[in-house]
Design a protein around this ligand. Structure first.
Ligand SMILES: [Zn+2]
Length: 123
């Protein structure tokens, strides 16, 4: 998509693979703005090819990251309707709180995938 002014926007892609630490190649001839997407696609292809188990798990995990928004939206709209400030605070807490165990769970799982990759060469 040449000429699309997306600039630096694009999905975050780690410099190295989360599981095997292999560098994720940059896309040389992609235009600005496209580069990050192309690189992310490279990474997704790498995961799908070399770490199918991690790839599947990662997709499911990404979906669970949206779940905390459900109670937040319900509590948030309730607090607006009732003009209740304490309820907004509760809504914010309900949004933030699940991410702590979710992130801990992620780092634990990533550690397991790395370990598995080192030992048996698949994850
Ligand atoms: Zn890898």
């Amino acid at each position: 998509m040449p000429g699309v002014p997306v600039g630096d926007l694009g999905p975050f892609t780690p410099g190295r693979c989360t599981v095997c630490r292999a560098p994720i190649p940059k896309v040389e001839d992609a235009g600005p703005g496209v580069e990050k997407w192309a690189r992310n696609l490279n990474y997704m292809n790498h995961l799908e090819k070399y770490h199918p188990q991690y790839y599947k798990w990662g997709k499911r995990y990404t979906n669970t990251l949206y779940l905390p928004f459900v109670p937040f939206l319900i509590l948030g709209s309730a607090s607006v309707m009732m003009k209740s400030v304490p309820l907004i605070v509760v809504a914010m807490a309900a949004l933030g709180a699940p991410y702590v165990p979710l992130l801990l769970y992620r780092s634990k799982k990533v550690g397991e995938f790395r370990e598995k990759w080192k030992q048996i060469g698949e994850a």
